[in-house]
Design a protein around this ligand. Structure first.
Ligand SMILES: Nc1ncnc2c1ncn2[C@@H]1O[C@H](COP(=O)(O)OP(=O)(O)O)[C@@H](O)[C@H]1O
Ligand SMILES: [Mg+2]
Length: 380
């Protein structure tokens, strides 16, 4: 019987981080060098690639995510299709990065969330790490959320663990990730007695993208150009800012189940100008984030690092700045990480932590009862 070759623990590893978030926009692949040093794991970004989903796959994922009636057959077929798509794009990325599977130590792959049900403490990601490992020949870690659920948590957000390793500790910081959903992390800094924590704070790009799709047939509002020409509809803003989720205290996590089609229908369906709807959604997104920063992030963190695709929406960033007067708001590129690839860096890092057996403490974030090693390891 063939023996599984387990690579020895090395101080510096080349790791691929693979992500496709709630925006369902593309598969992002980042190549990172991660060094294990005195319990720290400094991450250096080396290269990155982005692969749009082919329309058949996009449709299959979208149908599963948005339909309550998807069948198990559809689910397992989409899982297979998506897993092989990931494997094939990893091979393309390796060619682009001028390396081979032998040059890569580990893959960390989040997969695509199909359902996230925080109240039920249930979550499902597809894109199977076994298929990816066997197809690429690279040990793959995936399914990062389940250990947290096993320990009593909601399984999301995981990013506070990652932000803690990625960003400096010389002062208290807030980290804002604007993916489909926006999440916030509080990093207390090394001299504080406070604990690291994080939470989903509400919509990120999800409402803006849905309106751009519905009213302009575009996948997003590039650079916020539509939002910059419309006006805020005050009555609608009043309605939106009373949204329960944004006002609730942490721990909290959410997804497309809440800020999906029904939310859009309930609030954005009437006879307003289409640009005004996008402007209002953008202002609401900024206000919801600002409200959560002011209400739930300790006031010693006056610097906010922004990452995720939303960092490229200039209008959203402008609105965020004007709603958070007194805060210094910068994007993660100031810390050597392209905002679009911070999540990839995170899954690369979580993969290394899994291989090294390092536990992550999400007790103040997801409500889990104890630290756990996150992820399933599938050896090549
Ligand atoms: N140049 C840009 N202008 C405006 N929005 C952008 C831009 N680039 C990316 N985005 C937004 O970022 C989203 C993708 O962000 P991403 O971090 O990949 O989210 P997710 O993790 O949910 O997939 C896009 O759907 C879009 O809303
Ligand atoms: Mg994405």
């Amino acid at each position: 019987m063939a023996k599984v070759q387990r690579k020895k623990k090395k101080p510096a590893r080349l790791v691929l981080g693979v992500n496709s978030g709630t925006s369902v926009d593309a598969l992002d692949i980042g190549l990172f060098r991660i060094t294990a040093r005195d319990g720290l794991y400094p991450v250096k970004s080396i290269n990155q690639a982005i692969y749009k989903f082919p329309s058949k796959l996009h449709q299959a994922l979208w149908d599963l995510i948005s339909s309550r009636k998807a069948t198990i057959e559809e689910l397992i077929k989409a899982d297979r299709l998506f897993s092989f798509f990931i494997a094939s794009k990893i091979k393309s990325a390796l060619r682009k990065f001028e390396t081979t599977p032998e040059g890569i130590d580990i893959i960390g792959c989040h997969g695509q969330t199909i359902r996230h049900l925080p109240k039920d403490k249930a979550t499902l990601q597809i894109g199977d790490p076994s298929i990816i490992a066997a197809s690429t020949g690279i040990t793959t870690v995936g399914d990062f959320r389940r250990a947290d659920i096993g320990a009593g948590g909601e399984g999301a957000p995981l990013s506070p663990v990652v932000h803690n390793y990625l960003f400096p500790k010389d002062r208290p910081l807030g980290v804002l990730n604007i993916g489909g959903i926006a999440n916030l992390t509080y990093l207390p800094g090394k001299t504080s007695k406070r604990k690291i924590f994080g939470f989903d704070c509400g919509p990120g790009n999800i409402l803006i993208d849905a309106l751009a799709r519905n009213y302009y047939n575009r996948s997003y509002d590039k650079n916020g150009s539509i939002a910059s020409v419309g006006r805020v509809i005050n009555k609608l803003m009043g309605e939106l800012t009373s949204d329960k989720f944004i006002n609730n205290p942490p721990p909290k996590s959410t997804g497309r189940e809440y800020y999906g089609e029904q939310f859009i229908k309930n609030h954005f369906g009437n006879g307003n100008k289409r640009a005004d709807l996008i402007t209002t959604a953008t202002e609401f997104t900024a206000q919801a984030i600002a409200l959560n920063v002011r209400k739930y992030i300790p006031t010693d963190a006056k610097r906010l690092i922004v990452c995720g695709g939303g960092a490229f929406n200039g209008n959203l960033m402008e609105r965020l700045r004007s709603n958070l007067d007194g805060y210094s708001i910068r994007d993660s590129s100031e810390y050597g990480l392209n905002p679009k690839y911070v999540e990839c860096a995170g899954f690369a890092l979580l993969a290394v932590l899994a291989i090294d057996g390092v536990k992550s403490d999400l007790c103040s974030t997801t409500g889990s009862l104890r630290p756990t090693v996150l992820g399933k390891i599938c050896y090549a």
